[in-house]
Design a protein around this ligand. Structure first.
Ligand SMILES: Nc1ncnc2c1ncn2[C@@H]1O[C@H](COP(=O)(O)OP(=O)(O)O)[C@@H](O)[C@H]1O
Ligand SMILES: [Mg+2]
Length: 257
């Protein structure tokens, strides 16, 4: 069966597209789903993130940079659908770019992460309208909003999330919210998802696996096996706490070499 295609799209920068893309990829790799992460943003954050993982890392995420393909990215991606079970595309933050449109035309699922703040809600309109127009040529396209970088228990985020629930009939809101957590940021230096931290990131792992579960139901991916759930999350460095200063020093040395 050809790979399912998930895209992370929103014209707003800072919406957590890259964070979500890498975390979904890290989750899927652990489920033994043959996953390719495509970095379609010329900033290359997803590529740099994944490259932080050490050589031979058992949960290494496969990443490919395709930002230069621009409007031809759909044809490029199609070349890999027989080699993978899942392709996750991290789109650039721009409506002018032809990439989100080209990818909406072939995707099974478009995830639109939105930080629940008024300006961020308004900024998603153009992309959601584009998705509605594109659904006419891609009837298999599912579109979902995702509450990202959510600061829990503030009246503003609650209010915005409520609005997101009913904002667009064509784009329901995921039940899972990605809350604001340092672990998601620190995972960058590990070159992996929060699974790297093992039990010390249990809540974050549970959150991303809950999102995966919702996605699995929508596009038909395998359910997470019980023994792989957050409570027993086994990672390459189970429970390791990453030494940020050391890691930074190592990266600086690597660059200089
Ligand atoms: N759930 C979260 N908790 C804490 N920080 C987050 C979270 N999601 C994203 N961030 C941070 O917000 C910033 C923007 O996220 P990023 O994934 O790069 O967004 P985008 O790809 O949409 O531009 C980054 O610094 C990232 O580390
Ligand atoms: Mg990004």
């Amino acid at each position: 069966m050809p790979a399912k295609i998930i895209i992370l799209a929103n014209q707003k920068g800072g919406a957590a597209k890259t964070t979500t893309a890498v975390h979904l990829a890290g989750t899927c790799v652990r489920q033994k789903i043959k996953t390719l992460l495509i970095d379609a943003d010329k900033q290359g954050t997803a590529t740099t993130w994944v490259s932080q993982a050490p050589e031979g890392y058992p949960h290494k995420i496969r990443v490919m940079g395709l930002a230069n393909a621009q409007g031809k990215i759909g044809q490029e991606v199609k070349q890999y659908v027989d080699d993978y079970d899942l392709i996750i595309v991290d789109c650039p933050p721009s409506v002018e770019s032809p990439i989100p449109q080209a990818m909406l035309a072939i995707a099974d699922l478009a995830i639109v992460p939105i930080v629940p703040k008024p300006g961020d809600l308004w900024a998603s309109t153009d992309l959601l309208e584009l998705a509605e127009r594109t659904a006419a040529i891609n009837p298999g396209l599912n579109v979902r909003l995702l509450g990202s970088n959510v600061v829990a228990n503030t009246a503003m985020s609650k209010n915005c999330l409520e609005q997101m629930e009913t904002m667009r009939e064509s784009a329901p809101l995921f039940k899972t919210r990605m809350h604001q957590r340092t672990a998601y940021v620190e995972a960058m230096l590990a070159g992996d998802s929060v699974h790297y931290f093992g039990a010390s990131a249990r809540t974050a792992i549970k959150e991303i696996e809950s999102l995966y579960g919702e996605i699995a139901d929508i596009i038909g991916l395998p359910k997470i096996k019980a023994k792989r759930t957050a409570a027993k999350a086994a990672s390459g460095k189970g429970g390791a706490v990453i030494d940020l200063a050391k890691n930074k020093a190592e990266r600086t040395t690597a660059k200089a070499a």
